[in-house]
Structures are given as structure tokens and as C-alpha cells.
Ligand binder design. Structure first.
Ligand code: ACO
Length: 330
């Protein structure tokens, strides 16, 4: 497939409320020392009581459209990656289409958990292969703190909220990255390792208290092993099929789930730590938002220069994983 898919105006948003490790010590039996040594996380963001995934998505969608110089009425598609959508239906994408007054666009959500951004890049390339004139608003938005069980110390310390958006098209604009290649995979046999409840399998009657299955549950130790193995493998595979080596990559942007996972994958691939972007200390795991948030910050901090190639990789519930090669425009 022709790889001509450009990302314009990748913008990110995180809510103002900061939840520190000290705050969590007051909620559950944990400590700053444990969280930092096992995960590298020091704080994460939490959306306001009146805010939902679609509200964060709207903030960042408006920024991306304005900075890309694209009107909502000029869009052909709106797609949203999320595993914490406001409701089972309607989709966040349809809510955004309504609030942006986008007219009769194709609007849909999809769920690849933490791999959502990479799966979305693959979808955007397919949509652009079908329609060369497509202008796709691609939003990642996650309200993970809404599905965190604050009494489960093994998971509640890990996750945070946020959103990111960009416009995918063939048109060249400033501040662009070209998607050179994307490789997305899954192993559904392992679907029980990480679950986010609240779907129709949660059979609670009106007024009944919800149980643990309503929330995010994870077998962290098993997930850790697969995360390191699969992200290392998929990065090797995407580099190999493009005839590239690690030295051809300017910046490595892994999913920000745990600093130990990031370091393990970086060291197996042979990437020096100076070429690995991390912000997990400040935001924790924001699922599908993790990579675009990191990319937006890396660009703003001058860690990605025009002409640089970025290798991004992610891993999440499903299990899903993937990698993408992005080239920033000179
Ligand atoms: N504070 C203090 N102690 C804790 C905490 C906590 N927050 N959480 C767990 N512990 C304890 C455990 O109870 C256990 O105690 P025990 O030995 O007395 O039984 C001990 O610490 C070790 O627990 P482990 O689970 O073995 O700890 P581990 O070193 O594996 O770290 C972690 C746990 C951080 C979750 C790690 O396994 C991990 O990062 N896994 C991968 C998670 C991930 O990448 N998820 C990505 C997908 S998320 C998505 O898709 C939405």
C-alpha cells in the first residue's frame, strides 16, 4: 500500500488535576518509593468530575483542526481510539462530529487499548488508499481514572487521563510527519490479562453496587513479560521489512506504561537512553494517548528535528501491540 499518510498538527491535552504518589498513599496501601522503583511514575492527571473522554477529545480536536487549517466541514472521517468512551453508544467520534458541526462525516470509535494510536495510523492509511482526498480527524482520548479501582493498589497507581488529536491526509502542511510504515498485531487468546469493565458482561441491576469486574483489572507480571517480548519483536520486524537498523532512528517513542518496560525494550533493541523519549513519570499510562502525547511533547521540546525518523511502539489489552515508523518533514 502507498505510504502517503501525513499527520498534521498533532496536539495533546492533559487535565489540570495532578494526582501524586503522596495522594495515592492516602487512598490505598502503597508508597511513593514502591511506585517509583517499580514503575517510574511520580504523578498522573485526572479529569474533572464533570468531564468525560469526549470533552477532552473536543478540546484537542479543536486545537488540531485550527493548527492544521482544516475546517470541521472539510473532514471526511472522524475516528476515535478509546477504551474508556463516555458510553457504549453513541461513539465518542459521533459526539465530536456533533459538537464540531462536522456534517455527514463517517464517524466511528475503535478499541485497541494502549495500541490505539498505532492501529489508528494503520486505519488512516487504509482510508486514504480508498479515498485519496480523505481528511481524517484522528482523536485518542482516555478517561482511565474513571475505570480505576482505587482500592486495587496493583493497578490504581498506574493510569492517567488525557487526549490527543491530529489530522491525517495526503496534503502537505507544516509540522507534518509521514507515516512510513505501521505493523499492528494481537493475540486474543490472552484477552483475560487486562480487562476494562463496564460492558454488557457486567450484569448489575439498577441500584446495585458494582463489583471489581466493573473496573480495570490486570495480571501485571504476565503483562510485563509479553509487553517486553512483543514490543521488541515488532520493532525488529518493522525495521527489518523497511531495510532499516536502529541507527536509522532519531528517536524511539515507546508506550509509557512503566519505565522498566521501556528500559528493557530499549536495551534489547540496542537504543541508547538519550534516544528514548519518556514522560511516564509525569503522566503514567494514558493508554491510546500515551504515544501521541509523547510525540507532541518530543516535538515541542526539540527532541524531534525536521528530517528525523521516529520509531513508536505500544502494547495493551487484547492483547494488542504494534510499531510505526514516522518521518518528520524537513
Ligand atoms: N504498592 C505497594 N505494593 C504493591 C503495589 C503498590 N502499588 N502493587 C503491588 N504491590 C505488591 C504486590 O502485592 C506484591 O506483594 P507480595 O510480593 O507480598 O505479593 C509485590 O508488590 C510485587 O507485585 P508484582 O505484581 O509482582 O510487582 P511487579 O514488579 O510485577 O510490578 C507492575 C507490578 C508495575 C504492575 C508491573 O507488573 C507492570 O508494569 N506490568 C505491566 C503493566 C502494563 O504494561 N500494562 C500495559 C497495558 S494497560 C492497558 O492496556 C489499559
Amino acid at each position: 500500500m502507498n505510504a502517503s499518510c501525513r499527520l498534521s498538527a498533532l496536539r495533546a491535552y492533559t487535565p489540570d488535576t495532578v494526582v501524586t504518589n503522596d495522594d495515592l498513599e492516602k487512598l490505598t496501601d502503597t508508597s511513593d518509593a514502591w511506585i517509583v522503583s517499580r514503575t517510574g511514575i511520580r504523578e498522573r492527571r485526572k479529569l474533572a468530575d464533570g468531564e468525560n473522554a469526549s470533552d477532552m477529545g473536543l478540546i484537542v480536536a479543536r486545537r488540531a483542526l485550527e493548527d492544521a487549517g482544516v475546517k470541521a466541514r472539510g473532514l471526511t472521517h472522524i475516528m476515535a481510539a478509546t477504551c474508556t468512551q463516555d458510553a457504549l453508544a453513541p461513539s465518542v467520534a459521533c459526539m465530536l462530529a456533533g459538537k464540531l458541526d462536522a456534517g455527514p462525516v463517517m464517524a466511528f470509535d475503535f478499541n485497541a487499548a494502549c495500541s490505539g494510536f498505532l492501529y489508528g495510523l494503520s486505519l488512516a492509511r487504509s482510508l486514504l488508499a480508498e479515498n485519496r482526498e480523505a481528511k481524517i480527524l484522528f482523536v485518542c482520548t482516555e478517561a482511565l481514572t474513571r475505570r480505576v479501582n482505587w482500592t486495587d493498589r496493583s493497578t490504581c497507581v498506574l493510569f492517567g487521563d488525557g487526549a490527543a488529536a491530529c489530522v491525517c491526509s495526503r496534503a502537505a502542511r507544516g509540522d507534518d510527519a509521514i507515516v512510513e510504515d505501521v505493523l499492528c498485531q494481537s493475540d486474543g487468546v490472552l484477552n483475560g490479562l487486562i480487562t476494562v469493565g463496564g460492558g454488557t458482561a457486567c450484569r448489575y441491576g439498577l441500584g446495585q453496587p458494582v463489583g471489581p469486574d466493573f473496573f480495570l483489572q490486570m495480571n501485571g507480571r504476565e503483562t510485563y513479560k509479553y509487553a517486553v517480548r512483543r514490543m521488541t519483536e515488532v520493532c525488529g520486524a518493522i525495521l527489518a521489512r523497511n531495510g532499516l537498523a536502529v541507527r536509522d532512528v532519531g528517536l524511539f517513542v515507546p508506550h509509557q506504561a512503566n519505565i522498566r518496560i521501556i528500559e528493557a525494550v530499549g536495551s534489547r533493541l540496542g537504543v541508547e537512553s538519550e534516544r528514548v523519549f519518556t514522560n511516564v513519570a509525569r503522566y503514567g499510562n494514558t493508554s491510546s494517548v500515551s504515544i501521541p502525547l509523547a510525540l507532541a511533547q518530543a516535538r515541542a521540546q526539540g527532541r524531534v528535528r525536521p528530517g528525523d525518523r521516529v520509531l513508536a511502539t505500544a502494547f495493551g489489552a487484547g492483547l494488542t501491540w504494534g510499531a510505526a515508523l514516522l518521518r518528520y518533514q524537513p
